[in-house]
Design a protein around this ligand. Structure first.
Ligand code: FE2
Ligand code: FE2
Length: 252
């Protein structure tokens, strides 16, 4: 399958650049599936119904999220009723929605798992145990033609650990959350494609997609102040494209 994973879409500049380019990419790369991280799509904080529909309308099949998943309250109902929207799988029992789902797409069956790291982040349930459960329930090459894991985490060590943990059992393990694309794209020994961070769809003349002034002010003064707002200059589509083998869902 031809898979495109799009990194964190930040605010309107990120949405606009995805809207501008994704329909063409969907055609030219003959994409079977597009997964996009939408945790920052609504003004930098969370996701709304209208924005999710906008992204589905331009060719996104699945929206994953992260620590900002619940910033907009309307998502609580959305994740219960629309299985194309995922929140991290390792939130406590009773959290609305789910963190993994199997999609029957025209090009094949796709399992997407959205998991959140714990290093320098909120103390959630064990992400490795949660992922183990999802992978065991839906083996690659049997129940799923392709498996994509969005590792929403701060530490590259935890993301790399997750990549090797999944090696041979997932098509693609890709990091999100740090909003800076890493230059470590590789095929792991067992055939799983891996990159520590997909980067963000955002204006890169910024601090992780946000207008520079407020983060710099906070870093230099340590005083709380204005809200973060997405930087409004030209944005870039940033993500990972992978072609999986037809027989086993891995890369050669
Ligand atoms: Fe993000
Ligand atoms: Fe995040």
């Amino acid at each position: 399958m031809n898979l495109l994973f799009i990194g964190d879409i930040v605010g309107k500049p990120g949405r606009d650049v995805v809207t501008e380019h994704l329909p063409r990419l969907r055609q030219s790369l003959k994409l079977d599936a597009v997964i996009a991280n939408g945790e920052n799509a609504a003004g930098g904080f969370g996701l709304t119904r209208a924005i999710a529909d906008e992204l589905f309308g331009v060719g996104v099949d699945v929206i994953s999220t992260g620590n900002h998943w619940a910033d907009q309250r309307e998502i609580y109902a959305m994740v219960e009723t629309d299985d194309r929207i995922l929140r991290p799988v390792n939130y406590p029992k009773g959290t609305p929605g789910k963190g993994a789902n199997l999609y029957a797409l025209p090009g094949g069956t796709l399992l997407v798992v959205n998991v959140m790291g714990r290093v320098f982040m909120d103390a959630l349930d064990d992400p490795f145990a949660a992922l183990e459960q999802e992978l065991a329930a839906c083996p690659l090459g049997e129940a799923a033609d392709a498996i994509v894991v969005d590792v929403h985490a701060e530490a590259t060590s935890e993301k790399m650990g997750m990549g090797h943990f999944c090696d041979g059992r997932a098509s693609l393990v890709v990091g999100t959350h740090t909003h800076a694309p890493t230059a470590d794209a590789q095929i792991l020994p067992g055939g799983t494609a891996f990159q520590s961070d997909a980067g963000a769809c955002a204006d890169y003349d910024s601090v992780i997609g946000m207008d520079k002034a407020e983060p710099l002010r906070r870093f230099t003064t340590k005083l709380p102040g204005a809200r973060y707002t997405p930087a409004t200059g030209p944005a870039t589509v940033c993500g990972v494209f992978q072609v999986t083998g037809s027989s086993n869902g891995l890369s050669a």
